[in-house]
Design a protein around this ligand. Sequence first.
Ligand code: 0RA
Length: 662
Amino acid sequence: MLDGMATTSEDQLQQDTRDATNVSGLYGADQIQVLEGLEPVRKRPGMYIGSTGEKGLHHLVYEIVDNSVDEALAGYCSSIEVTLHADHSVEVVDNGRGIPVEIHPKTGKSTLETVMTVLHAGGKFGAGGYKVSGGLHGVGAAVVNALSDYTIVEVKRNGKLHRIEFRRGIPHGDIQVVGEAPEGTTGTRTVFKPDASIFEAIEFNYDTLAARFREMAYLNRGISITFNQIKEDPETGETVEHRENYHYEGGIVSFVEYLNENRDGIHKPIYFSGVKDGNMVEIAMQYTTGYSETVLAFANNINTHEGGSHLTGFRNVLTRILNDYGRKISNQIKEADASLTGEDVREGLTAVISVKLPEPQFEGQTKTKLGNPEVRAIVESIASDAFGHFLEANPGVGKAIIGKAMDALRAREAARKARELTRRKSALESTTLPGKLADCSERDAAKCEVYLVEGDSAGGSAKQGRDRSFQAILPLRGKILNVVSARLYRIYANEEIQAMILALGTGVGEDFDVSRLRYHKIVIMTDADVDGAHIRTLLLTFFYRFMKPLVEQGYVYIAQPPLYKLEKGKIIHYVYSDREKEATLATMAGDVSISRFKGLGEMMPEQLWDTTMDPSKRTVLRVNIEDAADADRIFTILMGEKVEPRREFIQAHAGEVLNLDI
Ligand code: 0RA
């Protein structure tokens, strides 16, 4: 990723540039310079945008939109409009000052052409950060340009409309004045189409982009981002437009309200903010009647999934202030009581922490952990003053929060006792593996798979059909448990869940240790009906809440059993959707017999192996929770206490697969 570029890579880039000397006479001297400048990007796109897959593709859009957001944060732009066109080009329009078109002293070309063709002009690249305000933007724009089939940039500035075009990063003609800008208007319009010869696919995912723009709008109070999609209906050829606007005057307070849309708050969201040494800190938080914790931390608008110093600071303050308040002021925590732990004070908490720093340092495996050590103390001092004062001024809220945390403390004690019971029980038994598990013989977890199968009859077919050397089967009976509204200690007591925890070998909650995982593929195999979808959701919710690293590290999969068997004489086709059925039928012609599988249990063991379990033929979908906030919302809607949103959601999405970015 851009932020992660080490110095050695930059040296390498310069070396690449020096190496690229033998360009043929097709190009003029100017163009050779540009080509050499952007050549390394086209040669090794992954080094600049992470990958040439879906993530890298979407990164292009973020680069361009981020530049407009920077202009908004600098105070010069109020609205940004993004359009996905039917030909997969993307248009980003802002009403900022317009990228300067004047001659750039270093290159002798317009600044616009310079930012579009010169790598890291502006220093953002080297500094590894994200600009919060001011300065010269457009750093990532050259990378986007290099990886686009074409790019068009129009700038309204000084009463004129300027335009320049590029093909695969190379200027296609000079910058030109193509018209007048209406009185008093300024801004930048960029249109680019990702180069299909570079990316695995160039189709954008509307929901992925929408989630990011919404997040951006929450994190940057007041900016307006409009998102349009223009599609052509493949059948009628008609143009279909979809348009959404994200604009929140409440900023991260609105974000917390959105996250808690389907939960009940026990007080109004609390907001505090402060600035120290150029570091801005904003926190919004609200306790709910539920038990799950949703704390999202951002640094310079980047979701720091791996946490970091800002989150540590916030957590420290929460624990310290609530213990102090509960003991010395509200007297709800008595002398004999144990202290509230971090876990106790975060139960049912929804919070957004957003810091904006001049020089953020991103660390960790995915570069989503904030490193700056000084930020912990800055967050602590701002949050502890503000939260302390808030509690003193709002004793009713303080009392409710401490009461809730004390409930969590008592539940934690009960859970510990329940867990000790399971531990003692398993110590007494000769083996810790559940009786229902049909294990595999392989002992290298990296090669092993476990199928979590709905129902005993499907479990039976799977046991007979599997390759027992590396495939294990665990049949699960009945509706497991509603894990969102249940407390942790009730979950331990559930038989199906206990069997699964034991089979996986990782432990759960505090005891969870991913290195003990016994199978590197956990495949959920349920029927293609409503009950199957429900059980799948239950299992995913459980993993999401209590074994999150399993999902984050890509160990969880969903099996794809076929829906129909199409048979004509000796020819048999298994198809996985209605669409595929129609397409396959068209190729078969004549009287084909069609049978629909009502459930996995109906399939013969060999059939199940051939269609769903044989690694050389099957399709399995990897579950990948990109957007914790969104996934959490869906789970909450589906599983939570509020009935109405669940009904609406199910009605609206009937028949669809849960959209979990799989
Ligand atoms: C630096 C200076 C100025 C404008 C911009 C950057 C700018 C960059 C982008 C990228 C996308 N949209 C943008 N809008 C503005 C102009 C400074 C001035 O006019 O004095």
